[in-house]
Design a protein around this ligand. Structure first.
Ligand SMILES: *Cc1c(COP(=O)(O)O)cnc(C)c1O
Length: 417
């Protein structure tokens, strides 16, 4: 997104034009930014056999999946439906990693018939896997290394009380099952939360995995999950991907030398690839002055972007319709009958009814977490690619709210109460 000649735009398309053409609320994604983030990550690990598996749950639109597939990415999926969507978007089974948690075992069985990589994250399933498949199907094991990645508690997944992965304290149990069923362990995996503060913290977490890896002689890869932080506001700490690339690459090369073979280095970024590409465009419905503050009310809410309310996430907000106006303090709130505050005491250029208000960094966990709460339609989605705008999802319509409802009170049933 850039401000040129007093107008905000993406690849020279004005945001006001997009808001007019597709109406609001609207998700807009900059395809160039997504591809550049992918390339940046690949380049940062130049010289290693790095493989990127985009975490599909961050933004699951088919066109986004295909865009990343064409850029060269693989994909990490967490449900059988995401897996089917990834196949449909063009990913080869060999480029798909299935990392479920607490799903029914039948989903894993189905995934195995589709020839994707399987990541197991509990002991009962590892045993079941052994009983059914023995060494005939390669398996990856998700380890919980008990590290506190720091940052937001709500997104930590690698601490001792976490529901994810098999505890590192249960290593012997894993090894017993592996030996009993002669499992072909092709990979070990860790995803320890999404908020690594520094490259050094990442590398020291990696060292734990290098130690674990020595117990599995037939590995082809180690999957380090994600943990890449992106800046949500100015001055925010973001992972220095180039520094991380250098440090991790040399640590990984040293490990491979000791291990005796060159393995693949896998990552599963979601936010890093798509967060900054996305904007949520809304329209100001009302300016509401109270004795306490001034609200900008917008035609969206936690039904479209729940991150601020769910994680306390910060999203920068700006007035597309008044790019150079005088700054005022505002609380930006949604139209849902809950306290759906998008931002408090923000400096935004003076707003009036009808102005286009944009929320930044809305690409990841925006649309994919959206709902119909308050019987509102989910927004449309637009992808900007090669300087053109493409509608990649239509806005919902009234019939979508009724779809799948079975209305039992009809003339035919003559049900009485
Ligand atoms: C969600 C998830 C990711 C992606 O996390 P980001 O913070 O979006 O980068 C990666 N791996 C697994 C297993 C996940 O569940």
């Amino acid at each position: 997104m850039e401000l040129t000649n007093g107008s905000y735009g993406i690849q020279s398309i004005a945001l006001t034009t997009l808001a007019e053409k597709y109406q609001t609320p609207l998700y807009v994604y900059d395809g160039e930014k997504i591809v550049n983030q992918y390339k940046r990550l690949k380049n940062a690990f130049d010289g290693t056999r790095v493989k990127i598996k985009y975490a599909a749950k961050a933004l699951t639109n088919q066109s986004i999946l295909t865009l990343l597939q064409k850029a060269g990415s693989g994909v990490d999926v967490v449900s059988i439906n995401e897996l089917q969507l990834a196949l449909r978007a063009g990913f080869a089974p060999a480029d798909i990693m299935f990392t479920p948690n607490c799903v029914d075992f039948s989903e894993i069985e189905e995934a195995i018939t589709l020839n994707v990589h399987i990541n197991i994250d509990n002991l009962p399933f590892l045993k079941k896997f052994g009983e059914q498949y023995g060494s005939s199907v390669p398996v990856c094991i998700r380890i919980n290394p008990h590290i506190d990645a720091g940052g937001n508690e709500k997104i930590m997944t690698g601490h001792r009380e976490s529901k994810f992965g098999i505890s590192i304290e249960q290593e012997q149990n894993i090894l017993d099952i592996v030996a009993q069923y002669k499992l072909n362990v092709e990979g070990i995996h860790v995803h320890s939360g999404s908020d690594f503060k520094s490259a050094d913290a990442f590398v020291s977490a990696a060292e734990i995995m290098f130690k674990v890896a020595k117990d599995y002689p037939s590995l082809s890869f180690i999957d380090f999950g994600s943990g890449f932080k992106v800046a949500y506001k100015e001055g925010d700490h973001a992972t220095d991907i180039e520094e991380l690339g250098k440090k991790m690459s040399s640590a990984f090369k040293a490990f491979c030398a000791a291990y005796g073979r060159e393995l693949e280095l896998w990552f599963e970024p979601g936010k890093f690839l798509v967060s900054e590409s996305g904007l949520l465009l809304t329209t100001c419905t009302v300016i509401k002055e109270t004795p306490a503050c001034t609200f900008i009310g917008v035609n969206s809410g936690l039904n479209h972007l729940i991150r601020p309310m769910m994680y306390g996430a910060y999203h920068s907000i700006f007035n597309v319709s008044n790019p150079t106006g005088k700054q005022k303090k505002y609380n930006v709130v949604g139209y849902i009958c809950e306290t759906d505050t998008f931002g408090k005491a923000l400096d935004i250029s003076e707003a009036k009814e009808g102005d286009i208000i944009a929320l930044k960094n809305a690409g990841a966990y925006g649309f994919s977490m959206s709902s119909n709460y308050n019987s509102r339609f989910r927004p449309a989605e637009v992808l900007i690619l090669n300087g053109k705008d493409f509608l990649i999802r239509k806005r919902e319509v009234f019939d979508d709210l009724l779809k799948n409802q079975v209305e039992i009170f009809s003339a035919e049933t003559s049900l009485q109460v």
